[in-house]
Write a protein that binds this ligand. Structure first.
Ligand SMILES: Cc1ncc(COP(=O)(O)O)c(C=O)c1O
Length: 454
């Protein structure tokens, strides 16, 4: 664990009470961060050939983003809060993890069904290495196929009952390239206000008009479509199966009804709902018992329930073939590496063979949420599946709480702006199927106790 530099001679905030210190530090931080913000739409300045070039245009240490990181780090030092980021794990992170030789109850990994580290998953990866080596070497269009890649795509297509599926080397890149490639400046993309960064980056790349709608609010989406649909060519609606910061989920049947009504495409990002939602973990369509082909683009990642790294799109043949032949993130990027594909394929098979893992996850999530609510802990709108936040408001409190939980043997990550809105900082607990009832009870008790000390 990284330690604060206590040798600093000046600690002007040290004598204040923690709430007053937080407020002061927060204000100072905000002021300094505001100073860094670029004026928007500033007209280009006329340049003379001999004019001086400001340092900030040719030095990395003058980038506003870098200066922002330094301001936050200094703020942490002044408040005596060690950085909770980039901890080194010494083994498989599941319900527990080893850090600096100590065992912690772990809530900071997406290993929802405990398939990362599963012997069959490890064996599948090792067998694929023995047969194909560690890399696909080049784009699949160029270097050709390894059957394990197609087998994974086939299994994913079967899961959704779609005609086909395609896998990419990164979940984030899956959204960026799919959205960025399929949509254009004459198109409109409406997305949930809490949509993941990867979808936002894809929208930016596409050049389409972007309009967010209120979180989970299909009525707001409907009114936006009534107002804007006819001004655009194609329209895409993007939602998530479980929202990664809040742990709640959308009313899928309503979104499907609206997309039909307005002749739009619907994309669902199942990064956090595959393996979690539905009785057997098949995702949001299983939860609502709807025909999955009602959704145009199913997106998901291989890095969470499926225990490896990468992303997928499942949908109709015309969509998948188009992406395979033309999406830059597929065509100009290496194919998924054979051991990674094999690991995810094995994980998917175990998920389907052992639905009791999903049921166990549901039980633990419910236990955590019920207990947290009994203690009056602010869990936001979480539905108590895989993601349960503890909202602290200030970033300083989130960092402080994460650190005191860590001291008590609990590893959980704090989340600050810009990952969540300002003033909505939180700890984010990821539940996994192997958490024991005792681990959950003790964790929530410690959490309650530490919150009361803030
Ligand atoms: C909703 C959502 N979509 C996409 C991604 C990107 O996936 P990956 O981390 O596998 O690249 C994430 C990452 O956490 C996510 O939460």
């Amino acid at each position: 664990m990284s330690k604060t530099n206590n040798s600093s001679p000046k600690k002007p905030l040290a004598s204040l009470k923690s709430t007053a210190k937080d407020k002061l530090a927060q204000k100072m931080l905000e002021k300094r961060l505001q100073r860094l913000q670029k004026p928007k739409n500033k007209p280009p300045q006329p340049r003379k050939a001999d004019s001086n070039i400001p340092e900030k245009w040719y030095r990395f240490d003058k980038y506003p983003g870098y200066e922002q990181i330094q301001i936050i780090e200094k703020g942490g030092e002044q408040l005596n809060i060690p950085s909770p980021f980039f901890k080194t794990h010494e083994g498989v992170a599941s319900n527990t993890t080893q850090i600096s030789g100590m065992t912690y109850v772990n809530f900071a990994s997406y290993n929802y069904l405990d398939l990362c580290g599963h012997p069959k998953v490890n064996q599948a990866a090792q067998d694929a290495i023995s047969q194909y080596g560690t890399s696909a070497s080049a784009s699949r269009a160029v270097a050709g196929e390894r059957p394990i890649q197609g087998a994974l795509e086939c299994k994913l297509a079967n899961l959704y009952g779609t005609e086909d599926a395609i896998v990419f080397v990164s979940g984030h890149a899956t959204n960026v390239t799919t959205i960025g490639y399929l949509f254009e400046p004459n198109d409109l993309i409406l997305h949930d206000a809490l949509i993941h960064n990867s979808a936002l980056q894809g929208i930016l790349l596409s050049g389409a008009k972007r309009i967010p709608f209120e979180h989970n609010d299909w009525q707001h989406l409907d009114s936006l479509l009534q107002e804007h649909r006819h001004d655009f060519e194609r329209v895409l609606i993007i939602i998530e199966g479980i929202y990664s910061m809040d742990g709640d989920y959308p009313d899928l049947p309503e979104f499907i009804r609206i997309k039909h009504q307005h002749k739009a495409f619907l994309m669902v990002d199942e990064a956090h709902s595959l393996g979690v939602m539905g009785k057997t973990g098949k995702g949001l369509h299983e939860h609502f018992d709807i025909d999955p082909t009602e959704v145009d683009i199913w997106m998901g990642t291989l890095s969470k329930t499926l225990a490896s790294c990468g992303g997928y799109i499942a949908g109709e043949k015309a969509l998948i073939k188009h992406l395979k032949y033309s999406a830059p993130g597929f065509l100009y990027s290496v194919g998924i590496s054979p051991p990674i594909a094999a690991a995810s394929l094995a994980a998917l098979q175990i998920m389907l063979d052992e639905p009791e893992r999903v049921q166990q996850l549901h039980a633990r999530g419910k236990q955590f949420l019920t207990l947290a609510k009994q203690y009056g802990i602010d869990t936001g709108d979480s539905s108590g599946y895989s993601v349960i936040p503890t909202i602290t408001g200030s970033s300083a409190n989130a960092a402080r709480l994460a650190n005191t939980c860590f001291e008590q043997g609990i590893n959980v990550q704090p989340i600050f702006y810009p990952a969540v809105a300002e003033g909505m900082a939180r700890l984010r607990f990821f539940i996994c199927s192997s958490h024991t009832p005792k681990q959950i009870t003790q964790t929530v008790e410690i959490l309650h106790q530490e919150i009361s000390k803030l």
